[in-house]
Design a protein around this ligand. Structure first.
Ligand SMILES: [Mg+2]
Length: 216
């Protein structure tokens, strides 16, 4: 875990959690969330999975080379391959199966139950809101999260700043009262920190378990 920044404003704070690879750790499910849309895109373009995968990898590399080594979200990669965010929402709703991989997480529920005594808790994800609700329900924490901002909330993909501003607006707070928590610096933290939010980089859900001791 690495704490990059904590917000200047201490009253009425909010915590924005990335979902995938932050609120759960499951390598196989995470990999399926990349492979299944790439497989679908390959079918749509009449290419092999291997060919499509290498084109996506090439796009990521070119992006990093021209953006100071930064990473790019799959939603924004697909946008450049001609798949709209709206189509990406439908694709993810159809292809992703959190039910097949995840189970209830009592330790996460214990942690979030402690945090919600002081923080407004929101999930800010590049998954559609419906996939987030399914995921959080399986993990056993959906009732603790007060707001979900997903790919179909603004029809934009993180790290677009509008998504974080929307989350702050829905929670009724200013960016200076928020902390963004996620597993990818470029996607989950860089923009929130520029907006004046705090930023905490985690290496999976085991780091999230320790947040209540750190933040309370
Ligand atoms: Mg993530």
């Amino acid at each position: 875990m690495k704490i990059y920044a904590l917000p200047a404003e201490k009253t009425n704070p909010a915590l924005f959690f990335d979902m995938d690879c932050t609120l759960y750790t499951h390598d196989e499910y995470a990999r399926s969330q990349i492979d299944l849309p790439v497989m679908r895109l390959a079918q749509m373009r009449g290419k092999s999975f291997e060919q499509m995968k290498s084109e996506v990898a090439e796009y990521r590399k070119t992006w990093a080379d021209t953006h100071n080594g930064e990473s790019v979200s799959l939603g924004n990669i697909f946008l450049s391959f001609g798949i709209s965010i709206k189509d990406m929402v439908h694709m993810r709703e159809e292809l992703y199966r959190p039910e097949d991989y995840l189970t209830e997480d009592k330790h996460l529920r214990f942690t979030l139950t402690r945090l919600v005594s002081r923080y407004k808790l929101a999930v800010v994800t590049n998954n559609p809101v419906s996939v987030a609700v399914r995921t959080l329900t399986i993990l056993g924490v959906n009732d603790i999260i007060c707001k979900i901002v997903g790919l179909d909330t603004c029809y934009l993909s993180k790290p677009d700043k509008e998504i974080y501003l929307k989350a702050a607006q829905l929670c009724g707070v200013s960016p200076r009262q928020c902390i963004s928590v996620g597993d990818r610096y470029d996607i989950d933290l860089a923009v929130p920190i520029k907006l004046g939010m705090g930023g905490i980089l985690v290496d999976g859900v085991k780091d999230v378990y320790s947040l209540s001791d750190i933040l309370l």
